[in-house]
Design a binder for this molecule. Structure first.
Ligand SMILES: *[C@@H]1O[C@H](CO)[C@@H](O)[C@H](O)[C@H]1NC(C)=O
Ligand SMILES: [Fe+2]
Length: 442
């Protein structure tokens, strides 16, 4: 009974907050989505109160990783023991813990422990809080090739499970998520079931996330937003000189990756904008020939879903990214797949970015089927199906991108393309002056 009341309260709050325009989702009325698949149900399993749950890992500065897990009790230590052979823990690190409450929900103890320095491209065995079970992770390589799995708008349905299974079958070094993780939407226990659902993959390879609109969970006058996301999915923002978990950057094997926030201020006078400039100034294309950006609401989208929602951010930040020579921008939000030609300011441009929308991880809202016609010149491939992407950066000039559609539950490769880097096609040399100019203006 009490539980039902909480659901009712959460449902009402959801209605109220969308009613007052917290989410710009009005265009969702314009198209009809096919049937989503069933939400997964999670049987309640009694656990020992200090047993580590929802283990996931992320990069935390050069040669370091952050291990995150949750325990029911508050006295379990925030300690990770690790080593390169099974059962032999030659190192250990101590970290911190946090927790939060949200209306009538209280989270477990959320532990964050940074381990390292770690060897590159190496399997480590580890355990959390001084107790079994043992987990395994692999650190990313320090040189090319490096492979990223990409899937946005995951949720926790049978489609999500299919997508995760397909990702689990591929060989990759880390996972990039352009926002919308659990679709908890105010029902905090769904963050816990999401954590349990992704643990098999997320405890083994770094999951690097940025926030989507479903992470916001803002309540007028009560909750300022992103409380669960920030507590549970702590990313290396401090390590990258950012003051917010909502945007940060990291480097891996010759790739500089910038995670931007579509749901925090991004105008020219914002902290995010100032941080982005500083971060771009630090990029050295000899050290990291590839420059990637992730964010949630796409800037190039010919689907009727969420049409134009990324426009303001694009107007503010696209000139910076263009001057810096961003190779590929990956977005989510629209529940479909779309890939663009290199483009800048809506015009084909060999020195612009390739834009990829990959918000098709499998959430309960279903697919976005309706596209604008005629197809814009920059749009090369668009399709409404669930799936995931893989980006294999082969060397400093070549990367192979493939989109794997969840067709008949088989991971069919239905779009694939070689992408040449801006370093390789000569654009970066030409952009140095432009970048200096734009970075100098404050
Ligand atoms: C980079 O990889 C591509 C694709 O495999 C290959 O054709 C090219 O020769 C490589 N370049 C260098 C410098 O190794
Ligand atoms: Fe979204």
């Amino acid at each position: 009974m009490k539980l039902q009341l909480i659901f009712l309260a959460a449902a009402i709050l959801t209605l109220i907050s969308s009613g007052i325009g917290i989410e710009a989702g009005s265009s969702e009325e314009d198209y009809i989505r096919p049937k989503p698949r069933k939400a997964l149900s999670f049987p309640w399993k009694p656990k020992h109160s200090s047993e580590p749950q929802q283990v996931h890992i992320s990069l935390a500065g050069e040669k370091h990783m952050r291990i995150t897990w949750i325990t029911d009790d508050t006295s379990s230590p925030s300690i990770v023991e690790y080593g390169t052979s099974h059962g032999k823990y030659t190192s250990s690190s101590q970290g911190e813990s946090t927790s939060y409450s949200y209306l009538m929900y209280s989270s477990g103890t959320i532990h964050h422990v940074v381990i390292g320095p770690l060897e590159d491209d190496t399997v480590y065995f580890y355990r959390c809080g001084g107790q079994d079970p043992e987990f395994q992770l692999k650190t990313p390589p320090s040189r090319f090739p490096v492979t990223f799995a990409v899937a946005g708008d995951l949720g926790q349905t049978e489609w999500t499970k299919t997508t995760l299974d397909h990702i689990g079958q591929c060989k990759y070094d880390l996972h990039l998520i352009p926002g919308d993780l659990s679709y908890a939407d105010y029902q905090q226990h769904l963050w816990d079931s999401f954590g349990a659902l992704v643990q098999p993959l997320a405890s083994a390879r770094a999951w690097m996330t940025t926030e989507g609109n479903h992470e916001k969970e803002k309540i007028f006058l009560l909750k300022s937003g992103f409380q669960a996301y920030n507590a549970r999915w702590k990313m290396p923002y401090e390590e990258s000189g950012s003051s917010s978990n909502l945007y940060y950057s990291f480097e891996v094997a010759g790739v500089h990756v910038i995670m931007l926030g579509s749901y925090t201020d991004y105008d020219e006078y914002s902290e995010q904008y100032a941080w982005l400039k500083e971060d771009l100034a630090k990029v050295d294309r000899e050290r990291t020939p590839w420059l990637l950006v992730l964010l949630h609401a796409p800037w190039y989208n010919s689907n009727w879903a969420h049409q134009g929602e990324g426009n303001r951010m694009k107007a503010s930040m696209e000139p910076l990214l263009y001057a810096a020579g961003v190779d590929i921008l990956l977005a989510g939000h629209v529940h479909a797949y779309e890939r663009s030609e290199r483009v800048y300011n809506d015009i084909l441009d060999p020195c612009g970015a390739v834009h990829i929308t990959i918000g098709d991880g499998g959430n309960r809202e279903g697919l976005a089927h309706w596209y604008r016609n005629p197809k814009p010149q920059w749009s090369i491939f668009r399709e409404a199906s669930f799936g995931h992407g893989e980006l294999k950066i082969v060397n400093e000039t070549h990367a192979f991108w493939s989109w794997h559609r969840n067709d008949d539950d088989e991971p069919v490769k239905s779009d694939q393309v070689w992408i040449n880097s801006l370093v390789g096609n000569g654009c970066i040399v030409g952009k140095k002056h432009e970048l200096r100019k734009i970075l100098a203006v404050l």
